[in-house]
Design a protein around this ligand. Sequence first.
Ligand code: FES
Length: 151
Amino acid sequence: MSETPKNAEILARFGHDRDNLMPILHEINNTRGFISELDMQEIACHLNISATDVYGTATFYSYLNTEPKGKYVVRLCKSLSCDMAGKEAVAAALEAAAGCTFGNNSNDGRFTLEYGNCMGWCDQGPAMLVNQNVHTHLTPATAKDILSQLK
Ligand code: FES
């Protein structure tokens, strides 16, 4: 099993220009699953910008995590078209399958359930993302199946 790279190793791959902020945030988020306060302070030092600036950027984008998340982050669309297409029943099935409610992580660390805004698949709702993978035309049964296949 490979070891998770330390911040110094990640930051060494990027220059000190502020334009590197988003690539660094992506790299740490994708490597560790979230960006901690210590990460933000070290990024700020590397780029010579304020930690507040880093925090503001990291918290602006919903796909960047600033708290520990499950191995699989499930984002169910909560916007109008998906809501009208049966989002509530799918949400209930996801909660039962994951063993946690929306806004929380499952105790086994596998899942985080979150609501998200429109993802652009309004005509194929209800829709959700599981990490980077899109699932559309969800029913309670297909939502449960999708989660049951994730180890
Ligand atoms: S309303 Fe759900 S993807 Fe657009």
